[in-house]
Design a protein around this ligand. Structure first.
Ligand code: SAM
Length: 310
């Protein structure tokens, strides 16, 4: 049973370099988690910088509140999705916004949250326990074709169809209620054969992304984050998953262009000049160094992108 909320913030020095917090500045952490990045931003923007921290997970907010207590009076926390940042904070006022995507270590490591196949727990995977749909509902309720689509598109699982069909057969006998049941079933369908990575890794990742609609809200979150920045304000986004990274990169590219075009396809002859909304501060994604990956293996797939609002 997890009693303490321990999450090591990734790419911390790089995020601070990207946001360059200053005294009196106004900052937003849309994924405040355990408050690791937020504490560093408050420290660097002292004595009077302010921070608004949001998270859809109540457990994370409680932990962030404790972690940030020494900065009382300089921060505000709120439970909510980062896709709603504009409704909360209004347009054009913030000096910096951080989105550190995905789940935190305590979410992954608490069996009762159902994110991990390392320990048995209910098949839940909701970051926001007020939302309706759990992983168990998807696994037991969706048509096998739809499950296969999720495993293929969100998990890039090559055996998506086989796994989905077997789930369809098994659940007629016994509904799949726990992470252990699902992991064991996937392992029976795709035996491990000495592979270091558990065969259920991609299926779990896909279900987590689907339960929390992580790709669906990401685009809205990026738009909202840019909206609440003042011109010259900085946006830092840390992604961990290739589909998230692609979406951030594409959004950045689209906003950094000095033209747009009608319809879906960029036909050079139809381009119309339009001022860019963002400037890329880092030409390429910033990755953790060897020392960080060694000290915190969960940072290994992190990618930071930094933009400035024009
Ligand atoms: C990687 S952790 C952030 C850790 C944090 N930077 C720290 O230093 O402790 C990601 C956090 O974002 C939250 N989260 C993910 N997607 C979200 C969304 N769409 N809206 C609000 N919070 C979200 C998760 O609940 C989790 O607490």
């Amino acid at each position: 049973m997890q009693t303490e909320f321990v999450h090591i913030p990734v790419l911390l020095a790089e995020v601070l370099a990207g946001l360059s917090p200053r005294p009196g500045g106004w900052y937003v952490d849309g994924t405040v988690g355990g408050g690791g990045h937020a504490a560093a931003i408050l420290e660097a923007s002292g004595p009077d910088g302010r921070l608004w921290g949001g998270d859809q997970d109540g457990m994370a907010l409680a932990a962030a509140g404790k972690r940030l207590a020494k900065y009382a009076g300089r921060f505000e926390l709120r439970r909510g999705n980062f896709s709603e940042l504009r409704e909360w904070l209004g347009p054009g006022k913030m000096d910096g916004v951080l989105l550190d995507l995905g789940v935190s270590s305590p979410q992954l490591d608490t069996p009762g949250r159902g994110f991990s196949f390392q320990a048995d727990g209910p098949l839940d995977m909701r970051m926001d326990d007020r939302s309706r749909v759990t992983a168990a509902e998807l696994v037991n309720g969706l048509e096998p074709e739809e499950l296969a689509r999720i495993f293929r598109q969100l998990g890039e699982e090559p055996q998506a169809r086989r796994i989905a069909e077997r789930i369809g057969q098994e659940r007629k006998l016994t509904p799949l209620r726990t992470t252990g049941q699902l992991a064991a079933l996937v392992e029976r369908i795709c035996p491990r054969r000495g592979q270091p990575v558990h065969p259920a890794t991609r299926v779990f990742m896909a279900l987590r992304l689907a339960v929390n609609d992580e790709l669906g809200v990401l685009r809205q979150g990026l738009v909202a984050a840019v909206d609440i920045l003042r011109p010259g304000g900085r946006l830092c986004v840390i992604s961990f998953h290739s589909l998230e990274a692609r979406m951030v990169k594409e959004y950045g590219r689209e906003q950094c262009r000095d033209y747009d075009y009608p319809g879906e396809v960029d036909v050079p002859e139809l381009r119309r000049p339009c001022p860019p909304g963002l400037r890329a501060v880092t030409r390429k994604a910033v990755l953790p160094g060897e020392a960080e990956v060694k000290a915190n293996p969960r940072s290994r797939s992190a990618q930071l992108r930094v933009y400035e609002k024009v």
